[in-house]
Design a binder for this molecule. Structure first.
Ligand code: 21W
Length: 235
C-alpha cells in the first residue's frame, strides 16, 4: 500500500517511520510512504503556496493551484489513490475508518498550514478528516497518526499475524489489564487468578483461567470509553 503526502514540511515524515515497525514494513516492501514538498508545484522564484484571504482577516490561505497541479501528477501515476484532506473541520477519524482505508490501494494526504485551505481545494479531494477536537499547527501530525493506524492493519505489517484483530476497538471493548514480572511491585500484587497453576509469565495454564483475563473484558471498560465507542458506531 502506498501512502503519499503533500506537505510544506516533508522532512517531518522521516523519523517517525524510521526504525519502527512501520520502518520494517517499508523495508519489506509492504508499504511505501512518500512525502512530497508542495512547494515543488508552486510557481515563480519564491514558490508561494499561500495568499491573503479575500474579504480580509487574519492569517493566510493555502492557494489552490499548487495543490491542483500536485494532485494531477500524483493521480496520473496512481489513478486508484484516494485523496484525503487533513482539516479540523473533517469527519472524525476512528478505528472503523482506519479499517475501511486499509483496503485501498493508495492514499494521498493533503496537509495544510496557515489558517486554512482555499475552499476550492475541497472539490479536489475524496474525504476530509480530523483526528480529534484539538488544534494542531498543521495537518502533518494528523496524517502520520492516520498512516500509523491504517498501515498496521495491512497484512504482514505487524509481527504476529492476527495481532490487529485483538485490538480493543476492533471488538468494541477495552483490553483486560496486563501484568508481567515481578508478581509484586511496590506492594501491588498481580491478581492471584493469573498466578495460580502457572510458573511465570508466558506459561499458559493447563486449565483455562476461569475469571481472569480470558473470560471477558474488565468491568467498567465500556463506560470508561463511551465517547470513543460512539465514534466507531459500536453499541
Ligand atoms: C488549525 C488549521 C486551526 C486551521 C477561524 C479562523 C488537520 C487538524 C488539522 C489548523 C485552523 C486535524 C481559525 C485535529 C487539527 C490541521 C491546523 C483554523 C483558527 N478559525 N485534526 N481561524 N486538529 N490543523 N484556525 O488541528 O491542519 S487534521
Amino acid at each position: 500500500m502506498k501512502f503519499e503526502v503533500l506537505t510544506l514540511f516533508p522532512a517531518m515524515f522521516d523519523s517517525p517511520f524510521a526504525g519502527s515497525i512501520l520502518g520494517k514494513a517499508v523495508e519489506k516492501g509492504l508499504i511505501r510512504i512518500d512525502a512530497h514538498n508542495l512547494r515543488g508545484w508552486a510557481e515563480g522564484k519564491h514558490q508561494v503556496t499561500d495568499d491573503a484571504p479575500y474579504g480580509g482577516g487574519d492569517g493566510m490561505v493555502m492557494k489552490p493551484e499548487p495543490v491542483a497541479r500536485a494532485l494531477a501528477e500524483l493521480k496520473g501515476r496512481s489513478p486508484q489513490a484516494k485523496v484525503l484532506l487533513m482539516s479540523p473541520q473533517g469527519k472524525p477519524f476512528c478505528q472503523a475508518e482506519a479499517a475501511a482505508l486499509s483496503d485501498e490501494d493508495g492514499l494521498v494526504f493533503v496537509c495544510g498550514r496557515y489558517e486554512g485551505f482555499d475552499e476550492r481545494i475541497r472539490t479536489m479531494v475524496d474525504e476530509e478528516y480530523s483526528i480529534g477536537d484539538f488544534v494542531l499547527t498543521g495537518g502533518e501530525l494528523a496524517a502520520m497518526v492516520m498512516i500509523d493506524a491504517v498501515a498496521r492493519l495491512r497484512p504482514g505489517v505487524l509481527g504476529s499475524s492476527g495481532s490487529a484483530e485483538g485490538d480493543s476497538f476492533s471488538d468494541g471493548l477495552l483490553e483486560y489489564p496486563h501484568y508481567t514480572r515481578p508478581s509484586e511491585f511496590e506492594g501491588q500484587k498481580v491478581p492471584a487468578v493469573l498466578l495460580s497453576g502457572n510458573h511465570g509469565p508466558g506459561v499458559i495454564a493447563h486449565e483455562p483461567v476461569p475469571h481472569g483475563r480470558r473470560s471477558g473484558s474488565p468491568p467498567g471498560s465500556r463506560s470508561a470509553r463511551r465517547s470513543c465507542l460512539c465514534c466507531c458506531d459500536q453499541p
